[in-house]
Design a protein around this ligand. Structure first.
Ligand code: HEC
Length: 124
């Protein structure tokens, strides 16, 4: 079927993009601009809010509500880059936080570093 062939081609293209991203970013040096897109596309804002104020509609329904990163960093306070990385990649429980914070195992390391860089620009 041609539809199936198209899908296979698409997957090959995706894999090529993925490996390019992995090779392109050094550890700890994420790109905040790419991170902003990833933050949008991975539904982080549904809990943490568009600006990191912790006011996303999904977050409001949680028992453990996300904190606002805007005032003094909120829950980000005292977290180093590696800890922020782990919380995104492995979820809240990996860093002693709420299990309401989901892991993002589908993101590559480079993508998570991009998100780390972006999240840090939100914390004021
Ligand atoms: C279902 C809601 C939900 C989603 C979706 C979600 N988070 Fe969270 N996140 C939380 C909650 C709740 C906490 C706070 C846990 C705590 O304080 O114990 C948290 C904590 C964090 C932390 C640690 C700092 C802090 O404020 O405690 C980071 C960083 C973070 N989230 C980033 C992200 C990113 C990036 C995404 C998208 C890939 C994401 N989150 C998606 C709910 C969510």
């Amino acid at each position: 079927m041609s539809a199936w062939r198209g899908m296979a081609a698409g997957m090959v293209a995706l894999m090529a993009v993925g490996s390019f991203t992995v090779g392109g970013a050094a550890q700890g040096k994420g790109d905040p601009k790419a991170g902003a897109t990833l933050y949008k596309n991975n539904k982080c804002a549904t809990c943490h809010g568009d600006t990191g104020a912790g006011d996303g509609p999904q977050g409001q329904k949680l028992k453990d509500k996300p904190t606002s990163w805007l005032a003094g960093g909120g829950g980000l306070k005292g977290m180093d880059d590696q800890k922020i990385f782990d919380s995104v990649s492995k979820g809240g429980t990996a860093v002693g936080k709420s299990r309401a914070m989901p892991a993002a195992p589908k993101l590559s390391d480079a993508e998570v570093w991009d998100i780390v860089a972006y999240v840090k620009t939100l914390a004021k």
